[in-house]
Write a protein that binds this ligand. Structure first.
Ligand code: HAM
Length: 421
């Protein structure tokens, strides 16, 4: 019969890889907690309106990438394409701002975007997302980036490039918008079809375009940084000054606009040369108007999201490299031995010892082969003779030395070995 495969762009994470995910998630949790972040778990499904208003109607994500459906003819729902809008929705809905002036939240999980799948780009992908709400201080921006870079270094990723930019605020951005619209008018014919449309809906998005011709047109375009108001310029300078103070290297990329409309002031990306076209591993930035736009009070925010698939693919760890190996393999030969061995094995397991057993009744040779393949440190052999004598053979798989232990001592003996290993 024909097999049923996974949906295109939806990827299985097999056990050998899942241990790497745990390692990354655990490292993130530990680091986040010392910076005061608390976990929030959110639904995967939200009202479509949240993303339209939050991310912006004229973004690629909202225009063409969302999985949206009409739920029983009632309302439009969307599989979340990112986490920030949902975090802010929950922050407002549960008045989390009332508990503390500065709230730091993180969340982890799947996001959905109907993009064209390719290496490093999936339709279901995962993010580790962190947001700080309630501070517009540039020190907060630098601190968040510092934490992020520390996390990546702890994971062994030293070669990521940090790029930062400032997108200005709602006061200074309109002047830039006008300047870029003026600059591009008359050059419409040189732009791709998408950008010709963007020119009228969201001219900043032209900077995001990967088409070479569009990039060439933009080579001599005005720079956003030249349009910043005094307050935004000071803010950006202090972000840079603090990053320097913290010893976090960065470069300013004045063409980085990011693909979501909620950004104001500081934006940043961490990129790598090892992933080909999908080179952004982390993206983030400040969103000082988003809480208000989603119906909450005027509260500033900044955050980032790490793309898990891209990050994990960069880890210098072999698949199964972090897999736990059984301490003990019990080779049981014969029916009586199987029962007794099962009891020993499961009693050890509930004491936290990773023990493995085979109920197949295969020969000693084939069971020893399996123990070896699993990388077990010790093997306990229980056959008919051992059952008669109530004594089992314990083999050290590294030294191949063997000792005899009576059944009633096995548990304590193995627990002691576990403590030493
Ligand atoms: P973003 O740049 O759209 O930002 O996504 C962040 C990261 O998610 C990207 O750098 C990339 O690693 C990963 N990513 C995005 N799309 C895909 C895909 N189709 N397949 C695999 N990985 C992908 C945001 O989502 C913002 N919410 C970040 C943020 C949080 N800004 C403020 N707070």
């Amino acid at each position: 019969m024909e097999i049923i495969t996974a949906v295109r762009g939806f990827k299985d994470i097999l056990p050998g890889e899942a241990v790497k995910w745990h390692f990354v998630e655990q490292t993130a949790r530990t680091i986040f907690s010392s910076f005061g972040f608390r976990e929030i778990r959110l639904p995967l499904l939200e009202k479509t309106e949240l993303f339209k208003r939050g991310i912006g109607e004229a973004t690629d994500i909202v225009e063409k990438e969302m999985y949206t459906f009409l739920d029983k003819g009632d309302e439009y729902l969307t599989m979340r394409p990112e986490a920030t809008a949902g975090v802010i929705r929950a922050y407002i809905e549960h008045s989390l701002f009332a508990a503390d002036p500065v709230v730091k939240l993180f969340t982890m999980g799947p996001m959905f975007r109907r993009e064209r799948p390719q290496k490093g780009r999936y339709r279901q992908f995962h993010q580790i997302d962190a947001e700080v709400l309630g501070s517009d201080d540039p020190q907060t921006d630098a601190e968040l980036i510092f934490m992020l870079v520390h996390l990546l270094h702890t994971l062994g990723l030293m070669s990521l490039k940090l790029e930062i930019n400032s997108l200005g605020c709602r006061d200074c951005r309109p002047a830039f918008r006008t300047a870029i619209t003026e600059f591009l008018s008359g050059k419409e014919g040189e732009l791709c079809g998408d950008c010709q449309r963007r020119l009228h809906t969201n001219p900043l998005r032209v900077f995001d375009c990967k088409v070479k011709e569009c990039q060439q047109v933009l080579a001599s375009a005005p720079r956003l940084l030249d349009f910043l108001c005094d307050a935004c310029r000071d803010h950006f300078e202090e972000v840079q000054g603090t990053l320097t103070l913290y010893g976090t290297p960065f470069s300013v990329n004045s063409r980085m606009v990011r693909g979501l409309d909620y950004y104001t002031r500081t934006t940043f990306e961490l990129t790598t040369e090892s992933l080909g076209a999908q080179n952004a591993v982390v993206g983030g930035g400040r969103f000082d108007g988003l809480v208000k736009d989603l119906g909450g009070p005027e509260i500033a925010g900044i955050g980032f999201a790490i793309g898990m698939e891209r990050l994990v693919s960069m880890l210098a760890l072999a698949d199964d490299g972090l897999d736990q190996r059984p301490l003990l393999y019990i080779a049981a030969l014969g029916d009586g031995a199987k029962k007794k061995s099962g009891l020993i094995c499961n009693r050890l397991r509930i004491k936290g010892i990773y023990a493995e057993i085979d109920y197949s009744g295969k020969s000693l040779k084939s069971q020893m082969k399996r123990a070896d393949k699993l990388g077990c440190r010790y093997t306990l052999i229980v056959g008919d003779r051992e059952m008669d004598e109530q004594i089992a053979e314990l083999r050290d798989m590294r030294s191949s030395s063997q000792i005899k232990i009576s059944f009633d001592k096995i548990e304590d003996y193995v627990i002691n070995i576990a403590k030493e290993n």
